[in-house]
Design a protein around this ligand. Sequence first.
Ligand code: NAD
Ligand code: DAU
Length: 350
Amino acid sequence: MHTILLTGGAGFIGSHLTRLFVKKYPQYKIVNLDKLTYAGNLENLRDIENEANYQFVKGDITDLDFLRKLFAAHQFTAVLHCAAESHVDRSITDPLAFITTNVLGTGSLLLAAKEAWAGDMENKIFYHISTDEVYGSLGAAGFFTEETAYDPRSPYSASKASSDHMVRAFYHTYKLPVKISNCSNNYGPFHFPEKLIPLCIHNIINNKPLPIYGKGENVRDWLYVEDHAAAIDVVFHNGKIGETYNIGGHNEWTNIDLVKELCRQMDEKLGKEKGTSEKLITYVTDRAGHDLRYAIDATKLKEELGWIPSLQFEEGISKTIDWYLANSEWLTHVTSGDYQKYYNQQYHNQ
Ligand code: NAD
Ligand code: DAU
């Protein structure tokens, strides 16, 4: 039995994780705490919002008094911490927002858990969801393992690295029962169209340019979001306290090859002539400090806990495109309002 505080459940990964836990564990109670920033959207959870073991609470993880009251009210036995500012480009224009939410917010959550669980850490879990970006940037060869030294290079990854360090500090100093996982790039339904894949799908649908930073040679290791949620489930239940697990797809693509594959599949699905969407590809100014390559070695997760990704990329990307084509209303809602302002600033009205 668990009563779980799941933070950031209205976001991309958080909504998939919430859905998985609510459906798979009817005996658990899941309290989704989310501030509903531009990235948080309760539409992502419509299918489970009335489930008996689910509750939504609007609130901010940086508000320690509020967190203390929430812990007192619900007697949580576990935390699944997803809430964060998550977009690298936004961290370049507004680093303080990332320091506030990712560092101060995680610190506040740790403190609230430590106080609530003081004297009885038995069967408690503080699970921190993190990223492979904390390890920095790889050259053409090699992989990130759990032993790779941290070398974050963007305000986003530096804030996530700081939060990881703080989680480990609470484990060593106060014996808080923590677990951490560091995952590679996710893709799938409900992905906010500021990130490469949903942004390109949205722009192909609307016949707009597909902005490729630099030469499109940067490499990312893509994992279907439901596979990430499944891996978190495995680590939550079977992973060791105090340990870190890398999660990845062994699925590396250069950005340009990935976008060309998207174009190919979308031309087919939209009944357009072959090569139509590729003509939208537009090379734009590179991201400042753009990490060249991320690639995860997930051997520990495979050998210790038996987890491997379930989906091949071609199938995952096809499912993802189908979802966006079938959910045009969701896309319209999230791209109205402030999105347009962000888009124009980021891409200089292209
Ligand atoms: P997201 O931006 O889609 O969602 C973040 C959620 O957190 C939103 O619902 C937002 O409203 C909420 N939030 C933000 N600030 C908050 C605050 N102060 N208080 C409460 N809620 C707040 O992010 P995502 O892509 O789903 O990422 C979730 C987590 O997974 C993050 O910690 C991220 O670092 C990590 N991660 C993401 C990826 C990826 O590819 N997206 C890969 C590895 C790890
Ligand atoms: O590796 C895990 C990380 O993956 C997560 O921790 C982050 O939260 C998540 O946003 C993601 O970070 P990236 O920066 O890799 O994702 P993004 O989709 O922003 O960019 C993917 C690649 O595409 C990257 O090399 C930059 C490039 N890109 C991105 C955008 C938005 C473009 O070429 N053009 C674009 O318009």
